[in-house]
Write a protein that binds this ligand. Structure first.
Ligand SMILES: Nc1nc2c(ncn2[C@@H]2O[C@H](COP(=O)(O)OP(=O)(O)OP(=O)(O)O)[C@@H](O)[C@H]2O)c(=O)[nH]1
Ligand SMILES: [Mg+2]
Length: 328
C-alpha cells in the first residue's frame, strides 16, 4: 500500500467495509479509485478496486432481477369476468391464452416457461372476458401472488394435456388448489366448515385434442375421472371446440346480458348490461342509475320466457338476452 495516500482514502475504505448494500459499496470503491494517485506502484491496487466494483455491480443486477420476480402481481379486472388458467407444466396454458385472446404470452416446448401472469381479453359475442395465463403449479415453490390472484378471480380454468397424462395433471392441480383451500363451488355443500375456504366455479379444459385419434384419449380421460367434472376438449393448435369453450366459460361465469330500450324506440343492442344470473328487474334498475330503483314502476320485456312486450314487476327474474323497457 503506497504510504502517500490521503486520509480521505481511508475514510472511503472504512465506508466500503461498513457498506450494507452493493450500491453503498460501489460508491465507496469508486471514491477510493478516484483518490488513488496515478503511478506505476498503484496499478495493481486499482485493478483490484475495479474488480471489486464489477463484482458488486453484478450482485446488484442479480438483486434487481430477483426483486422483479418476487414482485406481487395484481391484475385489475376487465370485461365481464376474470378467469385464471391453472395447471401442470407444458399443458398449453400459454398457447390457449395466446389463441383465445389478444395477448401474446410465450409458448415454449419446454416446461416452466411461464413465470409471470399475462392477462388477455377474449371476445364472446358482444362481450369480453379476461383470461390470465399463469406459471405452472409446483409442489416445491408457489409464488404467493398466484394464490391471491386465483382467490380474487371469478373462475378457474384447469388445463390438462390429453396427449400425455391428463389424469395426473388433473389430480395434481386439484390437490394443489385444495391444499391452499380453494375448491369448486359446486362441491361447497360438502364442506361443513367453510371458514378460510374460497369456492369458485371450475371448468376443466382438456387441451391438445388435435384430431380424431386423440379424441379417444379424451374419452378415456373422462371415464377415468372419479367425479363429474365439467369438461371441454379443445386444441389450442387447431382451434377445435373454441366456440364451445367460449360458450362454456360464459355459462360457468353465471352472468346474463340485458339490453335496454326507450319506449317507442329501437332497443340499444350495443353494450349490454351484465348482471349475475338470477338478477331481477330491480337489480337492473339500480345498475342503470341509482335513482331508477326508487322511481321504477314496471317494465316491458322482450325475451325468451315472456311474450313480446310483456309487462313485468320489480321482482321479475331476467334472462340472458332480454330487452327491457323501463317505465319510471
Ligand atoms: N399438439 C399440440 N401442441 C400444443 C397445443 N397447445 C400447446 N401445445 C404445445 O405444448 C407446448 C407447451 O405449450 P405452452 O403453452 O407453453 O404450455 P404451458 O402450459 O404454458 O407451459 P408452462 O408455462 O411451462 O407451464 C408447446 O410446445 C406448444 O406448442 C395443442 O393444442 N396441440
Ligand atoms: Mg406457459
Amino acid at each position: 500500500m503506497p504510504a502517500n495516500l490521503p486520509p480521505a482514502y481511508f475514510e472511503a475504505e472504512k465506508r466500503y467495509r461498513e457498506a450494507k448494500t452493493p450500491a453503498e459499496g460501489i460508491v465507496a470503491l469508486e471514491e477510493m479509485l478516484a483518490i488513488m494517485p496515478k503511478h506505476k506502484g498503484t496499478d495493481k491496487i486499482k485493478a483490484d478496486l475495479r474488480r471489486r466494483i464489477s463484482k458488486l455491480k453484478s450482485k446488484q443486477q442479480e438483486k434487481k432481477k430477483l426483486g422483479r420476480r418476487d414482485r406481487s402481481y395484481k391484475i385489475e379486472k376487465e370485461g365481464v369476468g376474470q378467469i385464471v388458467l391453472i395447471g401442470a407444466p407444458n399443458v398449453g396454458k400459454s398457447a390457449l391464452v395466446a389463441a383465445l385472446t389478444n395477448a401474446d404470452p410465450q409458448v415454449a416446448d419446454f416446461p416452466h416457461s411461464t413465470w409471470k401472469p399475462t392477462p388477455g381479453m377474449m371476445y364472446f359475442e358482444d362481450i369480453q372476458i379476461q383470461l390470465i395465463d399463469t406459471p405452472p403449479i409446483s409442489k416445491e415453490y408457489t409464488e404467493p401472488w398466484l394464490l391471491d390472484m386465483v382467490r380474487r378471480s371469478d373462475m378457474i380454468l384447469v388445463v390438462v394435456d390429453v396427449q400425455t397424462d391428463p389424469v395426473q395433471h388433473m389430480e395434481e392441480t386439484i390437490s394443489f388448489l385444495k391444499e391452499h383451500r380453494i375448491a369448486p363451488l359446486r362441491l361447497a355443500h360438502l364442506y361443513e366448515d367453510k371458514a378460510g375456504w374460497t369456492f369458485l366455479p371450475f371448468l376443466v379444459v382438456a387441451n391438445k385434442n388435435d384430431d380424431q385419434l386423440i379424441e379417444e384419449n379424451f374419452e378415456i380421460f373422462k371415464s377415468l375421472l372419479e367425479d363429474d367434472w365439467p369438461l371441454v376438449n379443445v386444441s389450442a393448435k387447431t382451434g377445435h371446440n373454441f366456440d364451445l369453450l367460449k360458450q362454456s366459460l360464459f355459462n360457468t361465469l353465471e352472468i346474463i346480458r340485458v339490453y335496454t330500450k326507450a319506449p317507442g324506440k329501437e332497443p340499444d343492442l350495443g353494450t349490454p348490461f351484465v348482471l349475475k344470473k338470477g338478477s331481477n328487474l330491480e337489480d337492473l334498475a339500480s345498475k342503470i342509475h341509482k335513482d331508477f330503483l326508487e322511481k321504477l314502476k314496471y317494465a316491458r320485456v322482450w325475451g325468451k320466457d315472456v311474450y313480446d312486450g310483456q309487462m313485468v314487476q320489480r321482482n321479475h327474474i331476467l334472462r340472458d338476452g332480454d330487452v327491457v323497457e323501463i317505465h319510471l
